[in-house]
Design a protein around this ligand. Structure first.
Ligand code: ZN
Length: 83
């Protein structure tokens, strides 16, 4: 997609709106695992996490499991306390 908005900017905007809409939690995960992507969908930006991407798997006490690109995870972590 080349709509003039840089990828990083779109990603930040998407994550912020998902936090506002309550799709992404405001509280932090209870366990975090990092590894390589397995082709799943990122809960942050909605794009695929491919094998060349670093993936973060975030688990919550209630067994919710979220997958992020590493950069999306950092972004969610940075924003969730502010919105
Ligand atoms: Zn992502």
């Amino acid at each position: 997609m080349h709509d003039g908005i840089p990828f990083q900017e779109r990603m930040r905007w998407r994550i912020a709106s998902r936090i506002r809409d309550g799709i992404l939690p405001r509280r932090g995960p209870d366990e975090v695992l990092t590894g390589r992507g397995d082709g799943g969908t990122c809960d942050g930006c909605g794009e695929r996490i491919t094998r060349v991407d670093a993936q973060v798997e975030a688990t919550f006490v209630d067994c919710t499991l979220l997958h992020f690109h590493r950069s999306c995870y950092m972004q969610w972590n940075a924003r969730r306390g502010q919105l």
